[in-house]
Design a protein around this ligand. Structure first.
Ligand code: G1P
Length: 323
């Protein structure tokens, strides 16, 4: 029987959140607003991640940012003047919203001077760990894995099998080249857990060892930092976290995946961000019902426009045949 995470000697204290990317897929919004601060309904994506980290029992969020992205850290500061104004106006609900990020967890800045890759970004976080931290979590803020709780499951799996544990989802063949893909072997005693034999970053379809893809949640043994120092640039010319994990596996380090069956959103591009907002919006106690009506109406209007356009094309064809 695995131990609850808070009793486990390797309980997670630090969650590393790489947030140094340029957000090019979100331009022009990300010209001045960091991608991680874009709101899902009213809450920045990074605050959702902080909430998940706090739920796991972590006390420190090591946010890796680029020098020009100070706003991400500022979101975790208190805003005393704003709080004062809101209090004066009796807006206590809003005060709680403003305070929440600062109260959830201690955000610690780590600066990545140059965009040298995810592996490089994660490696920088070693400097903020305490000596007794044998395990570190990494959560990619682009990935929302729902319902939350997968990290707790991963911690149980680490307590049971040791080593490092990652979260995986099954993707289509066409999608494998967007992800870190696992080579898996034998089943384990747990239905949702598989042992990993290797990992490859963004393989071509023909080279993909499976369709199980890494999805932004990692529970890594501290040994990862040593491996990160020994890798060379990989896919895209960047230092890849995937390659450091693969190196550890080659050296006999146990790595397992928890196969996530729930929902997942990719906040890293508008095509994934919009459905995430709709999903969160529909579940929202204030906006949900109204949003549902609005979506139905928008869909009906689009369908009517499409039908009208089809009818117009058909009429032109008939007219030309008559002439
Ligand atoms: C990163 C990782 C990749 C992982 C993906 C999940 O890629 O390198 O292994 O599967 O996140 O979202 P990125 O999306 O940053 O290119």
């Amino acid at each position: 029987m695995s131990l609850p995470i808070d009793e486990h000697v390797n309980a997670v204290k630090t969650v590393v959140v790489p947030a140094a990317g340029l957000g090019t897929r979100f331009l022009p919004a990300t010209k001045t607003v960091p991608k991680e601060l874009l709101p899902v309904v009213d809450t920045p994506g990074i605050e959702l991640i902080a909430g998940e980290a706090a739920e796991l029992g972590a006390t420190r969020l090591a946010i890796i940012t680029a020098p020009n992205k100070a706003g991400v850290l500022a979101h975790f500061d208190r805003a005393l003047e704003l709080e004062g104004t809101l209090l004066e106006r009796g807006k206590t609900d809003q005060v709680e919203k403003v305070r929440r990020a600062a109260e959830l967890i201690e955000a610690v800045p780590v600066t990545q001077e140059k965009p040298l890759g995810l592996g490089h970004a994660v490696g920088l976080a070693e400097s903020v760990l305490d000596d007794d931290e044998d395990v570190v979590a990494v959560m990619l803020p682009d990935d929302l894995v729902l319902p939350t709780g997968v990290m707790e499951r991963m911690a149980q799996v680490r307590a049971q099998f040791g080593g490092s544990v990652l979260c995986a989802v099954e993707v289509s063949e066409a999608e494998v080249s967007n992800y870190g893909i696992f080579e898996i072997s034998a089943e384990t005693s747990e239905l949702d857990v598989k042992k990993v034999e290797g990992m490859v970053e963004k393989p071509a379809i023909a080279d993909a060892p499976s369709r199980f893809a890494a999805t932004g949640r990692y529970l890594l043994d501290r040994k990862i930092f040593d491996a990160l120092r020994r890798i060379t640039p990989g896919a895209g010319g960047e230092l890849q976290l995937t390659d450091a994990i693969d190196l550890l596996i080659d050296e006999g380090h146990p790595v397992h995946i928890v196969i996530h069956q729930g929902k997942r959103h990719d906040l890293g591009n508008p095509g994934g961000y919009i459905p995430a907002c709709v999903d969160f919006g529909l579940s929202h106690p204030v906006y949900g019902a109204q949003l549902k009506q609005a979506i139905k109406q928008i869909l009906a209007e689009h369908e009517a426009e499409e039908n009208a356009a089809e009818f117009a094309v058909e009429s032109v064809v008939v007219d030309s045949q008559v002439k």
